[in-house]
Design a protein around this ligand. Structure first.
Ligand code: DUC
Ligand code: ZN
Ligand code: ZN
Ligand code: ZN
Length: 468
């Protein structure tokens, strides 16, 4: 049996903060004991290997419910492999990712799942799970959903955007939602009106508007809120739960708030880029704006206050990254002279925990809410709690010894993601993961990487734990 004692830290979960010692046995949290208590004194004298967490937080490893490693998009692939992307995640204190396996039109959902399993298998530094993207809703893919739910793929993403690629029409969306209502699956929605956006793209290009900033102008907030509204109504008709991914616009948040006010099972996610970046970045000169092209797009700064508010009121309940990195040189530049050819996506998997801790420092959210948004709620939302997302007896020992006072400057020169720029270049934040454990193994410690590709395990998931 391997035994490790994490001693001297402040344990922070979504539920509580405790001055407590954490005993880890064989990859799981065996017990917690208040500092100075009888069991804590016994453990201290037991000869267990001890990790000193004095002056640090002991938090659950981050759960990033939305990443795209090696994702085919716009004629290229997102630049992080499962190996490089999960290693970067570990550096930043994230110990579980949920990536998206893509069904290709004309193919089965399962073939997509198998393809993504093969990419991840033996390559991940941390644990991983999958959602499936439905790109071809038909009788047979609907049937496949039932089997996949039983096997642990319990959420399915649909796109109202990207006609001709991932797009589903309202009838297909309704049918998938009806199936979800019956088999317990959670429908995840990319809510943007892609048909209307494509018209605006064509018009903009015809007027010679080719710079990255027009990506933000054509992907209008109203077309996000319209799609969000439509997705909610379709979910109501189907009697299905709905999770709206990467919410960026005030108007879309209002749709979620209205639905939640009616007591509907409608949930919203946002990402750090919408909280910390804006259309000002998209307008950076010399094509630099391409670094910030993602969909939904960055919004004018004025939207941020509403996102922060919704994170406090739970109208937005998860912060994930939508990590989908493309290099500036050789990938983003495919869209020089035509913004619509810039691969959509931004790197972020490494810095979510730190950026949200910075939000604690700046007073946007509380410390426990940080853990709730980044660990506990995504684990519950995607059926992995309490194995993931908290620190309690019996849970996986995915633990981060977090230094709340460490100062760092985010930069592509020091990050570990396989991409040639940082969206937060030069940003100063306070707080950093010092030691990261994945199922009891130390994978990062004081600036050294000690993990290895293949140590991460696949996590089959139960259905969304917010549904009655
Ligand atoms: N949005 C992105 O920015 N990238 C990948 C897919 C998506 O929906
Ligand atoms: Zn999306
Ligand atoms: Zn509405
Ligand atoms: Zn995405």
């Amino acid at each position: 049996m391997t035994r490790t004692l994490i001693s001297g830290g402040l344990v922070v979960t979504a539920a509580e903060e405790l001055e407590a010692e954490v005993l880890v046995e064989d990859g799981k949290v065996a017990a917690l004991a208040l500092r100075g208590s009888e069991p804590a004194r016994t453990w201290a004298g037991s000869g267990a290997e001890t990790i000193d967490a004095t002056g640090h937080y002991v938090i659950p490893g981050g759960v990033d419910g939305h990443t795209h490693m090696e994702m085919p998009f716009g004629g290229t692939y997102s630049a992080d492999t499962f190996e490089t992307g999960t290693r970067a995640a570990a550096w930043g204190g994230t110990t579980t990712i949920v990536d998206f396996a893509i069904q290709r039109p004309g193919e089965s959902v399962r073939s997509g799942v198998e393809a993504w399993m093969a990419k991840a298998d033996d390559n991940c530094a941390i644990d991983y799970a999958f959602h499936a993207i439905l790109s071809d809703v038909n009788d047979s893919s609907l049937k496949e959903m039932d089997v996949l739910v039983d096997e642990g793929i319990t959420s399915f993403k649909l796109f109202m955007a990207y006609p001709g690629v991932f797009y589903s029409d309202d009838g297909q969306i309704l049918r998938a939602m009806q199936r979800g209502a019956a088999n317990g699956a959670l429908t995840m929605m990319h809510a943007e009106n892609g048909i209307a956006i494509d018209v605006l793209v064509e018009q903009a290009l015809a007027e010679g508007k080719t710079d990255p900033r027009y990506h933000g102008e054509v992907r209008k907030a109203l077309l996000e809120s319209e799609a969000t509204h439509r997705a909610i109504q379709l979910a109501r008709v189907a009697g299905a739960p709905l999770y709206v991914v990467h919410v960026s616009a005030t108007e879309a948040v209002e749709e979620l708030a209205r639905a939640r006010g009616k007591g509907l099972n409608v949930f919203g996610e946002t990402c750090p880029q919408y909280l910390f970046l804006s259309t000002d970045n998209l307008a950076e000169p010399d094509f630099e704006g391409a670094k910030y092209v993602c969909s939904t797009p960055l919004r004018p700064k004025e939207h941020q206050a509403q996102l922060w508010k919704a994170l406090r009121t739970n109208d937005l309940s998860v912060v994930s990254t939508d990590h989908c990195p493309f290099c500036f040189v050789g990938q983003k530049d495919m869209g020089a002279g035509d913004f619509s050819k810039i691969p959509n996506g931004m790197p972020g998997v490494e810095h979510r925990m730190d950026l949200l801790h910075q939000a604690v420092v700046e007073g946007h959210i509380s410390r426990r809410r940080w853990i709730e948004l980044a660990c506990a709620t995504p684990a519950r939302m995607f059926g992995m709690y309490p194995k993931k997302g908290t620190v309690a007896p019996g849970t996986d020992a995915d633990l981060v010894i977090y230094d709340p006072d460490a100062e760092q400057t985010i930069s592509a020169r020091t990050h570990h993601m396989n991409v040639d720029y940082s969206a937060y270049e030069g940003k100063r934040v306070t707080g950093r993961a010092r030691t990261v454990l994945s199922r009891g193994r130390v994978v990062v410690d004081r600036g050294s990487y000690l993990g290895s590709a293949g140590d991460g395990r696949y996590v089959p998931r139960s259905t969304c734990q917010y549904l009655v």
